[in-house]
Design a protein around this ligand. Structure first.
Ligand code: UFG
Length: 331
């Protein structure tokens, strides 16, 4: 993707987080200035390396107005700030609806006041729900199981309404499982608490936590564990560049899956980590985690045709190698 964004200001809401920081690096590599809006509740100031940081909460309209006023050249906002842990959403739905749905509404209204008409929104495959129709196409019925997925779907609908009524242009990216780390080791995945399979497995291999648990070995899948589509975070970042380019070419609305099209089971992930790191990775069986779906993998056709997007970094060994370098160096 040889796209030149020289001289552009792009606001990245949630840019201090795992995916957001990789988006900022990608923007910077193409000449743009990423301006991070983040309340640092889960993101890290040390991950903001390629442009200014404005410490604002998406639910604070006044703070957003003041921050937008500082960057009047901005035409595009990338919105990634949200609560993401599927399990925590089941026990704390009020916080999830407040941070995700209220936050998106306050942000969209502030964008409207600032006359910013382009939005790239980070949504999720968790908006689809349990279905046998794999790979998932974007027109699949969305019937999310988890609170997390429900909040993201509510925001998708909000954005579609703003598009119709107020002329907001948008690209909603439905990410599959983000993983891996920046090839130069600048940034990586550092959630607190950590709930994701690959970082937990790596912390376990490094002796930083006890034996890891696999949530459910009784799913209707070949080895009994859940199947996911693991897409390297650098590829996810590149998809945002494709979305900006598509806006420039006249795109005004799209929902696009961002995945590889390959389903990988939890046990296959553990085996790959053992092979790549050379360390044993014992696990114990645990009950199914509420909100988990048995299998999720993308049909990536639309990403190719709408965004010109092809994964380049998402080979499983590369995912595990880059994640391992980050985790073993930052232990
Ligand atoms: N898992 C374990 N043990 C762990 C952690 C995870 O067995 O200690 C399992 C989960 O139960 C699941 C799989 O590993 O079967 C993947 O779980 P993750 O938490 O790594 O990822 P999720 O698939 O739950 O979540 C990801 C993103 C979400 C997105 C979701 C869609 O983090 O943002 O995919 O399902 F919405």
């Amino acid at each position: 993707m040889n796209i030149d964004l020289t001289g552009r200001d792009i606001i990245v809401v949630g840019g201090a987080g795992y995916i957001g920081s990789h988006v900022c690096k990608s923007l910077n590599q193409r000449g743009a200035r990423p301006i991070v809006f983040d309340n640092l509740s889960s993101g890290h100031a040390h991950a903001v390396k390629w442009g200014p940081l404005e410490e604002v909460d998406v639910r604070n309209a006044d703070a957003l107005d003041q921050a937008f006023a500082k960057y009047p050249q901005t035409k595009t906002v990338v919105h990634l700030a949200s609560s993401i842990e599927v399990g925590i959403g089941e026990t704390h739905p009020a916080e999830f609806y407040d941070n995700n749905v209220t936050g998106a509404l306050v942000l969209l209204r502030a964008m409207d006041r600032a006359k910013i008409k382009r939005l790239i929104f980070s949504s999720t495959c968790a908006t689809y729900g349990e279905t046998q129709n794999m790979p998932l196409v974007e027109s699949e019925i969305q019937n999310p199981v988890s609170t997390y997925g429900k909040t993201k779907l509510a925001i998708e609908h909000m954005i579609q309404s703003f598009h119709k009524a107020y002329g907001l242009s948008y690209v909603t990216l439905r990410y599959f499982n983000a993983c891996g780390a920046d090839a130069e080791g600048d940034i990586g995945e550092e959630h607190d608490p950590e709930t994701h399979l690959i970082p937990i497995a790596m912390q376990s291999a490094l002796g930083l936590r006890g034996k890891m648990k696999i949530f459910g070995l009784d799913y209707d899948t070949p080895d009994g564990t859940c199947i996911r589509d693991y897409i390297h975070v650098t590829d996810i970042a590149r998809a945002h560049i494709g979305a900006i380019n598509a806006f420039d070419d006249g795109l005004t609305s799209a929902e696009v899956n961002i995945g590889t099209g390959q389903g990988v089971s939890n046990l296959e992930i553990l085996k790959t980590i053992e092979r790549v790191t050379g360390l044993p990775l014992p696990f114990e069986k645990a009950p199914r985690r509420p909100g988990d779906l048995s299998r999720l993998y993308a049909d990536p056709t639309n990403a190719r045709s709408v965004l010109g997007f092809e994964p380049q970094h998402s080979d499983l060994d590369n995912i595990i190698k880059t994640a391992w370098r980050f985790h073993s160096q930052n232990r």
